[in-house]
Ligand binder design. Structure first.
Ligand code: AMP
Length: 257
């Protein structure tokens, strides 16, 4: 589902369901878009058969919830984690700059994500207004129950967290992908995360100022290993079901920062 108001991205969501659940799922997605603070003037729901496409089964990244409530401290910690993952400081600074000002050339948020060279910070996504939209990912019913329980224990009941974790898990397995940085463009939602196969999903309670309508996603890639066509094919079209959960903990359990 993708909802917009004029040029502005308002809401988006992805599901993979059996055919008997299509009607109910479409209704849920439309209801969800209509609940947004910005009323959409267009809601597009695309229903596609996966046909004989094989579903790749993945285990969710480990989840680590960090304590930095102040967005400045959050960014400092997030930057440190990304640098340890091999992302150059100048690339991280550029990523933060784009997320802060609205990454599309028009100054709006994008529908999709930026793809950024982890050394230089150069943007490589073919369409900078739209970005690359990750699609075809969801939780299996069993994994969904288990992750809801884990996240609730951590106090992370918001549906956004489990959806972001699902997306971040698919992204982390992308060919040539080193790490992701994300914070929402919803003015009331200031949390964000850094995710990668090494670090797991590290959630920060604040990565931006409250009230800011700017945000997005950056996928840092190792350019020497980049095959853009394969990466985009994987992100947009390969179907991934998260069928297992990783560990869930808070920073009190592990020394990470
Ligand atoms: P959200 O977490 O839904 O507030 O989304 C924040 C930003 O992440 C959006 O403005 C988009 O730029 C980006 N985004 C959201 N969903 C996707 C997706 N499926 N694939 C790529 N980027 C996305």
């Amino acid at each position: 589902m993708h909802a917009s108001a004029g040029e502005k991205h308002v809401s988006g969501a992805e599901r993979i369901v059996t055919s008997d659940k299509i009607d109910m799922t479409v209704q849920d997605l439309v209801a969800r878009a209509r609940k947004k603070a910005t009323a959409p003037d267009q809601i597009v729901v695309k229903v596609e058969s996966l046909g004989n496409t094989s579903l790749r089964s993945l285990a969710a990244l480990d989840v680590l919830s960090l304590p930095a409530n102040d967005w400045n401290a959050g960014r400092t910690h997030a930057s440190r984690v990304l640098q340890r993952r091999g992302i150059a400081k100048q690339a991280i600074e550029k990523a933060i700059h784009y997320l802060d000002k609205g990454p599309a050339p028009s100054g709006h948020s994008m529908r999709g994500a930026m793809i950024m060279d982890a050394r230089s910070g150069e943007r490589l996504e073919p369409d900078q207004e739209r970005g690359v939209r990750v699609s075809r990912f969801d939780w299996s019913e069993d994994a969904l129950k288990r992750i809801d329980h884990c996240l609730t224990v951590l106090g992370l009941k918001h549906v956004r967290t489990r959806e972001a974790l699902c997306l971040a898990t698919k992204v982390a397995y992308g060919p040539g992908l080193l790490a992701e940085l994300c914070w929402s463009d919803d003015p009331d939602y200031v949390a964000g995360y850094v995710a990668s196969l090494d670090t797991g999903y590290m959630r920060f309670p604040a990565l931006k100022r409250s009230g800011s309508p700017k945000g997005g996603r950056v996928f840092f890639i190792d350019r020497s290993k980049l095959d853009m066509a394969s990466l985009i094919r994987y992100l947009e079209t390969e179907a991934v079901m998260i069928t297992d959960v990783g560990m869930c903990g808070s920073v009190l359990d592990r020394e990470v920062l």
